[in-house]
Write a protein that binds this ligand. Structure first.
Ligand code: CA
Length: 353
């Protein structure tokens, strides 16, 4: 057992190492992206155990206790199921309607309304604190894990180590693995409960370790950011994420719009933000009155702000006009169908039966 002094020294050391860790992580990820782990695994020369030895030394260099790393890596093997999922291509691309029908189900809407009411004092408190709309917190919670029910049962360390050792996205997943070790070292979660989806999304909010370290919040003040089992921490962490993504309370997400004919190609923006693939399917942003001049009519009352039109499906006479908060939703998961599902789910949650 660690002595109190030992613990204090460890914590003091970590304060110093937090800033150092960022620098070291960049150097490491740069090195590995060019001539380090990624390349060595590409030719299959590096064993999983050799990979873990390198990660161990990088983690300790980042200020993580060797005991934490050794306990996490003890007896660790690759999880080949994870590689199987990573290689699996989607069999077909769903239309918006198919996707929304499968995701924004009547069950989730009803459950969302019920839980919205049940947790209203906490949701209002958290939403007020972070300047977001409470129904969106419940919508993310419902769509990510069916309100905490399905968080995934894969070991986060094992999944990330497997994907970090694999050649496809070695640098990305190795960086996430180092962050996962930091989360364990900070004791936010017991090692045996450090589980999630196969690719490392964790807890009721399904944060990757890097998102956890940037956005997770200890709202109930017990010293742990517990997105696995504490609702106050889950809600506040989602709210904080949206706040940091630039959420504007009361501005909505956008809504459906209809038109007769539209030359979408002529509406493409001059520059497309490359950080999110969903933006390739957005028009340039215009005011509601500009859209109406082009014959694009919103189906609902929208707040006056610039909107982009999400590329309509072939032959469709309707699509979605999306505002600033929609961009914040894309930060969570950069896919248009996902973001529309969050918007529609939020509206359903806030609308009484
Ligand atoms: Ca807590």
């Amino acid at each position: 057992m660690k002595s109190i002094m030992g613990l204090m020294q460890h914590r003091l050391a970590r304060v110093f190492c937090v800033s150092l860790a960022a620098v070291v992580a960049i150097i490491i990820s740069q090195g590995w992206a060019t001539n380090g782990v990624a390349d060595r695994t590409a030719d299959g020369a590096e064993s999983f155990d050799d990979y873990l030895v390198k990660v161990r030394s990088a983690a300790i260099g980042n200020g993580i206790a060797s005991e934490t790393v050794d306990a996490a890596f003890r007896g660790l093997t690759r999880d080949e199921r994870v590689i199987g999922y990573d290689r699996k291509q989607p069999e077909f691309v769903q239309t918006f309607d198919e996707y929304l029908t499968a995701r924004v189900t009547n069950f989730r809407k009803q459950e969302g309304r019920k839980l919205f009411k049940l947790h209203q004092p906490l949701l209002d408190e958290v939403a007020g604190l972070y300047g977001v709309d409470p129904e969106y917190i419940v919508a993310f919670w419902g769509l990510e894990t069916s309100f905490g029910r399905y968080q995934g049962k894969y070991s986060i360390i094992r999944s990330l180590a497997t994907l970090g050792h694999d050649q496809r996205r070695a640098a990305f997943f190795t960086a996430e693995l180092l962050k996962a070790l930091q989360i364990l070292d900070e004791q936010h979660v017991a090692p045996e409960a450090f589980v999630g989806a196969w690719a490392g999304a964790m807890g009721q909010s399904q944060f990757m370790p890097s998102s956890f370290l940037r956005f997770a919040v200890d709202h109930d003040g017990d010293g742990r950011k517990d997105i696995w089992s504490n609702k106050a921490d889950v809600f506040a962490s989602i709210a904080n994420y949206l706040n940091k993504a630039g959420w504007k309370r009361g501005a909505g997400w956008g809504g459906p719009a209809s038109f007769n004919t539209l030359d979408f190609v002529s509406l493409k923006p001059l520059n497309i933000d490359p950080s999110c693939r969903a933006l390739k399917h957005h028009s340039r942003k215009m005011s509601i009155s500009n859209w109406k001049d082009l014959g694009v009519v919103p189906g609902v009352q929208l707040v006056d702000q610039p909107y982009a039109l999400v590329s309509p499906e072939a032959g469709a006479n309707s699509g979605y006009l999306v505002g600033g908060n929609y961009r914040a939703i894309l930060n969570y998961n950069c896919a248009n169908k996902y973001a529309v599902s969050v918007g529609l789910m939020s509206e359903a949650i806030a609308t009484p039966d």
